[in-house]
Design a protein around this ligand. Structure first.
Ligand SMILES: [Zn+2]
Length: 318
């Protein structure tokens, strides 16, 4: 599966202080935690087997002198000292792991939802019943859906009126024919939350599970918060704070440039969702050509990074 790594990690003073081997052990531990669904905890006895440190060879011509054999424990102690890890008795806990990665509970809930969705799609009787009841029109916008179209907005899909993640089920009563555009727009929300209404005079009150109470699949609070926080565009709640202003001033930009660039950033759709907009702004500033009255010593042009260049090109539609 996948874990998330902060793409500004190499600028993190703690990571710099940990050195290349500390960095390697840290990333290896993140991978281990992701694969084993441990919410950022790694048993101490595992740490030594993550990297093959004993096989490290130092050539005779190098200036490096190895004073004693480097062990994972040495590096782990460094990482604890740098607060990248926390000592939790039998395990180390990776600081911030859950800020970037879903918890075990979230992953299991997602897998359960995927399993149920796949089971529904594999039920031809249910699909036939839905198409008989709803015809081949979206129950939200009325557009004629194309069942063979698996990509574009008019493609036919089935929508869980009450989302699985909110306790909805796969009964006929909770499923409707839906165009892909409406399904994407609605997301994991009820029609009410999405501001959408079901057509054909049906309303939510009429929708009851066919048999027994629905089995809720909990979505942990943290995930909902993170979903809300991550966005491809600058959320309206994000403003040009004092900290962000000072960042730009420190780079040597004048007032007009800062305001202009902040407006440009606000109009940009990024290639991947962002949560730390101060970090986005800091990167953005690297791409701005200096102009106006710069202090000669206050500005260092480091050049755009590969990822920020890619984002800039994407923003320009190139
Ligand atoms: Zn529709």
């Amino acid at each position: 599966m996948w874990v998330r790594l902060d793409d500004a990690m190499l600028d993190n003073p703690k990571i710099i202080a940990a050195g290349p081997l500390g960095f390697a052990l840290h990333v290896a531990a993140i991978l281990w935690c992701g694969r084993n669904l441990t919410d950022g905890h790694i048993p101490k006895r595992k740490v030594g087997s993550l990297l093959d440190l004993p096989s490290l060879q130092v050539s005779e011509t190098t200036k490096v002198r190895v004073l004693h054999a480097l062990t994972a424990d040495d590096l782990a102690a460094d990482l604890v000292r740098l607060n990248l890890w926390h000592d939790r008795g039998d395990t180390y806990e990776l600081h911030d792991f859950l800020a970037y990665n879903p918890s075990k509970a979230e992953i299991l809930a997602d897998r359960e939802i995927s399993r149920r969705r796949a089971a529904m799609n594999a039920d031809p009787a249910l699909r036939r019943a839905l198409q008989e009841r709803d015809g081949h029109e979206c129950r939200y916008c009325g557009v004629a859906v194309q069942w063979r179209d698996r990509k574009s907005p008019a493609g036919g899909t089935y929508d869980h009126v009450i989302p699985l993640s909110a306790g909805g089920d796969e009964s006929l009563a909770n499923l409707v024919v839906c165009c892909r555009r409406c399904n994407v727009k609605k997301g994991a929300r009820t029609p009410e939350q999405a501001g959408m209404t079901l057509r054909s005079g049906r309303n939510l009150d009429g929708i009851k599970p066919d048999s027994g109470p629905p089995v809720p699949v909990p979505v942990p609070e943290k995930k909902i918060q993170r979903r809300a926080l991550r966005s491809r565009r600058l959320p309206e709640s994000e403003t040009l704070t004092r900290e962000r202003w000072d960042l730009a001033i420190a780079k040597g930009y004048d007032e007009a440039t800062i305001r202009r660039e902040w407006e440009k950033l606000a109009l940009t759709e990024f290639g991947s969702p962002k949560s730390d907009w101060t970090a986005v702004w800091r990167k953005w500033l690297l791409n701005v050509r200096p102009r106006g009255d710069l202090q000669a010593d206050g500005f260092q042009f480091r050049g755009p990074s590969v990822s920020s260049t890619r984002e800039m090109l994407r923003a320009k539609g190139l």
